[in-house]
Ligand binder design. Structure first.
Ligand code: PEP
Ligand code: MN
Length: 263
């Protein structure tokens, strides 16, 4: 169902004022985790002002260590809904199980399946039945074929509103958090009709690499980007080193407009 043979024309995922897979570049931005009302509203106002179409923020965080900040859970979802009302942005948040899914559908527009759950097939089936668009990240060490099969799990439940997100894969290289597989963008767009976006934040783990990789992703034909932005990255409870400051994000958006106009 997700293949080009099954459908020739590109799928456009529409949420609120956002269209992913259409003509323009759709940028989703916001903090890794929702931390407080002040933090989220400030981030939302700022990314909206800079031209983002969707606000991201984690309320259920799948952290490597059980002692790291795990997210505000339902309170975080409530804050996302409040930020959406104030700014008009669509919202996306990660769901990690049935509990978080049942709560998230009440508050946000798009459900994110994180890299660690890309092959959680029961969860894929559940989001497939949720009636909400899904942002499906590529697994930490998933092949393109496995990633597309994960999308097939969602679509086979009747939900074709899927945004694929390349977020870097595990390789032998240790000097970046992951290795961004940019060739996956044109490759997957040739194999599938689904929109493909790129997450240069988790791909690199390093704020100074986010801009160059974001520009490269747009040049490679990505339909959009997922970028972590924090009002004060030094104080972030999660992924501060890869989060852009509001000023850096606004400057990057200007550059991206120029790249998008050239491709
Ligand atoms: C995230 O988007 O905050 C996240 C946890 O990403 P990933 O699943 O790609 O690691
Ligand atoms: Mn993160």
């Amino acid at each position: 169902l997700v293949s080009r043979e099954a459908r020739e024309e590109n799928t456009v995922v529409r949420v609120g004022n956002a269209a992913i897979g259409g003509d323009g570049l759709a940028v989703c931005a916001g903090p890794c985790a929702v931390e407080s009302r002040e933090q989220l509203l400030e981030a939302a106002r700022m990314v909206s002002g800079a031209g983002a179409v969707m606000l991201r923020g984690g309320a259920f965080k799948p952290r490597t260590s059980p002692y790291s900040f795990q997210g505000l859970e339902e309170e975080g979802l409530r804050l996302l809904a409040e930020a959406a009302r104030e700014t008009g942005l669509a919202t996306v948040t990660e769901v990690v199980d049935e509990y978080s899914l049942n709560l998230a559908v009440q508050y946000v527009d798009v459900l994110q399946i994180g890299a660690r759950n890309m092959q959680n097939f029961r969860l894929l089936q559940m989001v497939g039945r949720s009636g909400k668009p899904v942002l499906l990240k590529r697994g930490l060490s998933a092949t393109v074929e496995e990633w597309l099969m994960a999308a097939e799990y969602i679509m086979s439940e009747g939900n074709g509103q899927i945004i694929l997100c390349e977020r870097g894969i595990r390789t032998f290289e240790q000097s970046t958090r992951n290795t961004l597989d940019l060739s996956a963008v044109p490759l997957v767009k040739s194999l599938s009709h689904l929109p493909v976006i790129v997450d240069p934040s988790h791909a690199t783990g390093d704020r100074k690499l986010v801009g160059p990789m974001a520009r490269a992703a747009v040049a490679a034909g990505a339909d959009g980007l997922l970028i972590e932005v924090h009002p004060d990255p030094g104080k972030a409870l999660c992924d501060g080193p890869q989060s852009l400051t509001p000023a850096q994000f606004a400057a990057l958006m200007e550059e991206l407009r120029a790249v998008a106009a050239a491709v």
